[in-house]
Design a protein around this ligand. Structure first.
Ligand SMILES: Cc1ncc(COP(=O)(O)O)c(C=O)c1O
Length: 389
């Protein structure tokens, strides 16, 4: 179709930076620390559960809002995290990844003339989802090195037209875990201005050192106005299965379900069943503690490799990304640096400017993903050293 036939709402979406960097990586046979997904296999107990589900002929459409077995497991997890009962049938909806949950929620709660506020840098589907809804996307800056925000800036970004505040903690691409004080400030504003909060918590199980993930829905007065979005893809290293979900009060989840039924109708049945088994087993077999230990090891390995190559990295509380300072490397933009890095060193990093509304205002950093095997991180380290020493 001719580009000019595309509606104005989606013009400018173009190819995402992920697509471009993946193409460059292939071209240069590069070690890919750009894309945010594991290059190691997901756990055997999760894979077996999927095989069993397929063999048990759980292969037809699931109930649109999600397989009851999975919704029950999600409700158990969120009840524990929020310290309240969660009704699996009315307060949980299963979606095709967190991406679809965010998309559905933005369509459900905003439209033309409305505003959606989000912290910047932001996951790139957020502004696209707002654009498809016809809503205006309003960014509020997180400032390095600790990625704090200015409370007055947040307060003035929220107007009578604001419908939704998007929060992502632990945060991609910065690795920030919002502190209890920050969450209280956000909650206070949300209640005072009567807006909804959508919190994307896909990295909630991947936190480091003393950082603690606090779901904003657990704060007083917040359950009523919060949609908590999560994804089994990150937690169980099965990003290709695209099993995500949203949790919240029945009225909000019902509105998301109204959109979901016409976007994808339902998520793949055997993978929903497998994730129900995975969540049930993980609670008992120590998987979540092991996940943290494994990611702490990978983070330390990559941070040490980058340090050896002369890069300073910013502190990371959660997620599987490290931000490296590239301001003294002589590049005008992070894109120029990342292109040079893939062409010269054969290592892919992502330019975080792709997570800004105006890329020219992004700080000079590069995002390296450590959801990678030791061998991949070691290979990247060798290449970085060879070129940069
Ligand atoms: C913050 C954030 N939200 C959502 C997603 C996508 O999750 P899913 O694959 O479940 O759609 C990602 C993946 O990188 C992410 O970083």
């Amino acid at each position: 179709m001719a580009a000019t036939r595309a509606h104005a709402r989606i013009q400018g979406f173009g190819d995402s930076v992920f697509t471009r960097m993946t193409a460059l990586a292939r071209q240069h046979n590069a070690v890919n620390l750009g894309q945010g997904f594991p290059d190691f296999p997901g756990p055997d107990f999760v894979k077996s559960a999927a095989k069993q589900a397929i063999d048990a002929d759980l292969n037809q459409y699931a109930i649109s809002s999600g397989a009851p077995r999975l919704k029950e497991q999600v409700a158990i997890d969120y009840a524990a995290a929020l310290g309240r009962d969660v009704d699996p049938m009315r307060e949980v909806v299963v979606t095709n990844g967190a991406t679809e949950a965010v998309f559905d929620a933005i369509q459900a709660f905003s439209g033309p003339g409305d505003e959606v506020v989000a912290f910047e840098p932001f996951y790139d589907s957020y502004p696209a989802s707002a654009a498809i809804a016809g809503a205006t996307f309003v960014p509020v800056r997180l400032n390095p090195p600790d990625w704090s925000f200015d409370l007055d800036a947040l307060s003035s970004a929220i107007t009578p037209r604001t419908r939704l505040l998007l929060l992502n903690t632990p945060h991609n691409p910065t690795g920030k875990v919002f502190s209890p004080d920050e969450l209280e400030q956000i909650a206070h504003l949300a209640i005072e201005r009567d807006i909804l909060v959508l919190t994307d918590e896909v990295y909630d199980r991947i936190t480091f050192d003393r950082a603690v993930h606090i779901p904003i829905a657990s704060l007083p007065g917040m359950w009523e106005r919060t949609i908590s979005v999560n994804s089994t893809g990150k937690t169980f290293s099965m990003t290709g299965w695209k099993i995500g979900y949203a949790v919240g009060p029945a009225e909000l989840v019902g509105a998301i379900q109204s959109v979901h039924q016409f976007v994808t109708f339902a998520s793949p049945t055997p993978f929903q069943d497998a994730m129900a088994s995975a969540m049930e087993q993980a609670r008992a077999n120590g998987y979540y503690d092991q996940l943290k230990r494994d990611y702490t090891h990978r983070r330390d390995l990559l941070a040490a490799s980058l340090a050896q190559a002369g890069f300073e990295t910013l502190p990371v509380g959660g997620s599987y990304f490290l931000m490296a300072d590239i301001s003294n490397r002589g590049f005008e933009t992070d894109v120029a640096f990342c292109e040079w890095l893939v062409q010269t060193a054969g290592v892919v990093a992502l330019p975080p400017s792709a997570f800004y509304l105006d890329p020219a205002t992004a700080p000079l950093l590069a995002r390296f993903c450590f959801a990678k095997s030791d061998a991949t991180i070691a290979a990247a380290a060798d290449r970085l050293r060879a070129v940069l020493e």
